[in-house]
Design a protein around this ligand. Structure first.
Ligand code: ADP
Ligand code: ZN
Length: 730
């Protein structure tokens, strides 16, 4: 039975949506719907939750009810379903009586597969009575965390949904949310009366998002540089206050970018206009407070910038998560300054409940920690939500991309900074300390006689932001702490160890992020000019159909079109995201655009693309395939496969792979190991080996505070040995 069910789900997925396969956990989630088992599905934004109930709704008899909190969300979903040829409608308070009657008629004639409905509407006795008579196949609760007071978006009207289990005893209830905490999860199941629900929790990692953090030193310049990387693409810039939203939006407009503001201080009408302009791609950039986002399903947001620090990692995950829902690469950049935390604390000043206050302060401090830490961003985020990241190098954060390189002699640098703090009597803050180290002649410094300190001007060649950043790094690693009303720097016991040469910090140098490369694999084979041409076509079709452009085609579909460049209907069916309905409706326009373009630009058509489009959604990282009977490890190393990829392909542990790799390196006297250990990690490990030697790996591991795995330490140690041998030979 299971295979048959999966088969019919797959057929519909392909036929309506034009997708070749499931995303992680979708098959499991859909199977639960098909077999009437209550369920709660937790997947990150962009994980593909909607399809978990939409595909089964089409594959079953009857009509599915979908509870959704916002009218804009409902409308968007219904538009998207209709665009792929599925009968769906919604009932909400904004509808005219006439339109409500039309929907009721459709329901009576049993023509709908999905009915979207607001919770307060659904629980009315006459609605329930009406729906009881029309064959409800199952009930899906979108944004299910709205039912929990512990969630970030509690909606009292969701509380009444408890009655659904009694009202529709035969229909299973399925909740969907991106909210990760255990407490909220349990609360949802309890509140919905589905205590025995099967709970599916996906990975919270979003591999297609590229995270970066920069200290905010020159906001205009920094924003400009990021925006330049995203010419013509859609994105959101978040600020804390309304005032900053307005000033940032104006500033960018003066610099020649086209932006619009969005915050709760604007009239409903103005807000709606900003939002529509963004969704319809009349403007690409929206500058907003946190008020913006919920209810925006736009799948091709290519960047989310936080011009100021968000209030918690939960918020950050949510807000940055609005980028790249289509699974294509997107950038999430965070600019922070130390006083952002003060702003958030100030905004909490009216919070009376001490528990809530404490929780709020803890969240701010975790967020700060993220900003100044020296670890993989993906790893930090998933760990915050109680999960772990499989691969050592995410390949998609400033740290793993080597945009922040370890300094050569972190111990000496750390000692210089700490001894300056000590010599100043531990009575001054970070900004002051940085100035002394830079050799400033500021009045206050001279008055305090600190221009006479031996540490004055000790790091005069380093820019101030870099010094501030190192102080942050030392703070986050517990070598320094801030004390008192004025946040004076103090050296901790761990800091004293560093001064004595008994501990080593990890200090990273900020690189200029202009070198930031796009994740090019997702553009492989795509003719970019044709992509732009197709985007223009998409906008025209969207205006004609009165739907947002991303409902006509996703960016992933446009890229696949500009890659395969099909010349006929048959070729179109192989394109990602083109099902039967879209082929029928837009096929002729698409083929015409492609044909005209390819002929006038002498571009080959009907290019066979390997497999389908590479979206890096929810934990799928690409792994090349190569078969070899003997020496299979060496073969793969020869091809430059990472240790993770080899472990994955040969189904063995990383440790085993590293032992083979070590043999391989020795056999061929190879010392160039960039394919297996990132240069920044090599440096770190070499530093540690310099301290404790490499007869045994454990001391090295411990010296590094567990930050680098044994496999990589083994590889660097191997190279160290090879080099020692070479040296002793010459
Ligand atoms: P969520 O509700 O979890 O944020 P959505 O349901 O909006 O995610 O899906 C995000 C995007 O991914 C949508 O554009 C959707 O069409 C697409 N998508 C979902 N499932 C698949 C799949 N199996 N293959 C390809 N694309 C998918
Ligand atoms: Zn990383």
């Amino acid at each position: 039975m299971n295979e048959r069910v999966t088969g019919s789900l797959l057929t519909n997925l392909k036929q309506y949506w034009g997708y070749p396969g499931f995303r992680p956990l979708q098959r499991e989630a859909m199977t639960l719907v098909m077999s009437d088992r209550d369920s709660l599905v937790v997947l990150p934004t962009g994980g593909g939750k909607s399809l978990c109930y939409q595909v089964p709704a089409v594959s079953r008899d009857g009509m599915a009810l979908v509870v959704s909190p916002l009218i804009s969300l409902m409308k968007d979903q219904v538009d998207a379903l209709q665009a792929v040829g599925i009968q769906a409608a919604c009932i909400n308070s904004m509808q005219s009586a006439q339109s409500k009657r039309e929907v009721a008629a459709l329901i009576r004639r049993r023509e709908l597969k999905l009915l979207y409905i607001a919770p307060e509407r659904l629980v009315q006795p006459q609605t329930i009575e009406f729906l009881q008579g029309v064959g409800v196949s199952f009930i899906a609760i979108d944004e299910a965390h709205c039912i929990s007071q512990w969630g970030h978006d509690f909606r009292p009207e969701y509380r009444q949904l408890r009655c659904l289990k009694q009202a529709f005893p035969k229909a299973a209830v399925h909740g969907y949310t991106a909210t990760a905490t255990e407490q909220v999860r349990a609360d949802i199941a309890e509140q919905l009366g589905i205590a025995n629900a099967e709970i599916l929790v996906g990975s919270f990692d979003r591999p297609n998002l590229r995270y970066r953090v920069e200290r905010r030193t020159d906001p205009a310049g920094q924003l400009q540089r990021i925006l330049q990387r995203h010419k013509g693409e859609s994105g959101i810039i978040y600020c804390i206050s309304r005032k900053n939203v307005d000033s940032t939006s104006q500033m960018l407009n003066q610099l020649g970018f086209k932006t619009r503001p969005y915050h709760a201080g604007m009239s409903d009408e103005d807000r709606r206009r900003s939002q529509d302009a963004f969704i319809d791609e009349d403007v690409n950039i929206i500058v907003a407070t946190v008020a913006f986002g919920m209810g925006i399903d736009k799948s091709n947001v290519r960047f989310v910038i936080h011009a100021e620090m968000p209030r918690s990692l939960e918020n950050y995950q949510q807000e940055s998560g609005r980028a790249g829902r289509d699974g294509l690469e997107a950038e999430c950049c965070l600019l922070y300054a130390a006083n952002d935390a003060d702003t958030w604390e100030y905004l909490m000043k009216d919070t009376e409940d001490p528990d809530v206050r404490q929780a709020g302060l803890r969240a701010i401090s975790a967020m700060q920690q993220y900003c100044v830490s020296t670890r993989c961003r993906h790893r930090q985020l998933v760990e915050h939500f109680g999960q772990s990241l499989e691969s050592e190098n995410c390949g998609a954060c400033d740290f793993c991309l080597n945009e922040m390189l370890p300094v050569e002699e972190p111990m000496i640098l750390g000692q210089k900074i700490l001894s300056c703090v000590v010599r100043q009597g531990e009575r001054f803050g970070a900004a002051y300390t940085a100035q002394v180290l830079r050799g400033s002649k500021a009045k206050r410094i001279v008055e305090n006689g600190h221009d006479k300190l031996s540490t004055w001007g000790l790091l005069k060649d380093e820019p101030e932001p870099q010094l501030r950043n190192w102080i942050d790094q030392l703070l986050s690693q517990g070598f320094l702490r801030q004390a008192g009303e004025y946040n004076c720097l103090e050296v901790t016991p761990r800091g004293r160890q560093l001064l004595k040469g008994q501990a080593i910090p990890v200090l990273l140098r900020l690189q200029v992020a202009e070198s930031a490369q796009p994740l090019d694999d997702q553009w492989a084979g795509v003719d970019r000019d044709l992509f732009e041409e197709l985007r223009g076509m998409r906008n025209r079709l969207a205006v004609m159909k009165h739907v947002p452009p991303y409902i006509v085609f996703s960016d992933a579909t446009l890229r696949d079109l500009a890659r395969r460049r099909p010349s006929n209907m048959n070729g179109l069916t192989r394109v990602h995201g083109i099902g039967a309905q879209k082929q029928k409706e837009f096929g002729a326009d698409v083929l015409h655009t492609i044909r005209t373009w390819c002929q006038s630009h002498n571009l080959a058509m009907n290019v066979e693309s390997s497999g389908s489009v590479t979206t890096r959604s929810a934990g799928v990282r690409p792994a090349p395939v190569r078969e070899s009977a003997s020496g299979k490890y060496f073969d793969l190393f020869e091809n430059g496969l990472s240790m993770e990829d080899v472990a994955h392909q040969l189904d063995c542990s990383l440790d085993t792979v590293s032992k083979y790799l070590s043999e391989y390196l020795k056999a061929h006297r190879i010392t160039e190991i960039a394919p297996w250990v990132a240069p920044n990690l090599q440096l770190l490990v070499k530093n540690a080996i310099g301290q404790v030697g490499c007869e045994r790996l454990k001391p090295v591991f411990e010296q590094l505070g567990g930050q680098v795995d044994y496999a990589r330490i083994r590889i660097v140690a191997t190279v160290w040995e090879i080099q020692q041998e070479e040296d002793s030979r010459t």
